[in-house]
Design a protein around this ligand. Structure first.
Ligand SMILES: [Zn+2]
Length: 80
């Protein structure tokens, strides 16, 4: 039975070898030319994705401010 697990690293997209029993990383593969992904490009893409998420979040919070929820006011009316 194969003892080690092979998992793709989410950060650098290389194959890591993991000890199935301890969860320890036995080896972390090195990025090579065959992967076709440049580390700088990956960083730039990650940064861009973060900026897009921040824009979405900002947009959402601005929308929330435009339309405040009214349930509190409605509840108050009931007791007047
Ligand atoms: Zn990695």
């Amino acid at each position: 039975m194969k003892k080690d697990l092979y998992v793709r690293c989410p950060d650098c997209d290389v194959e890591m070898r993991i000890d199935r029993e301890t969860g320890a990383i036995i080896s972390h593969g090195k990025k090579d030319q065959s992967s076709g992904i440049n580390f700088g490009d990956a960083l730039a893409a990650e940064k861009k994705r973060k900026n897009e998420l921040e824009d979405l979040f900002k947009e959402a919070s601005e929308k929330a401010q435009d339309k405040p929820d009214l349930p509190d006011d409605l509840n108050n009316d009931k007791w007047r």
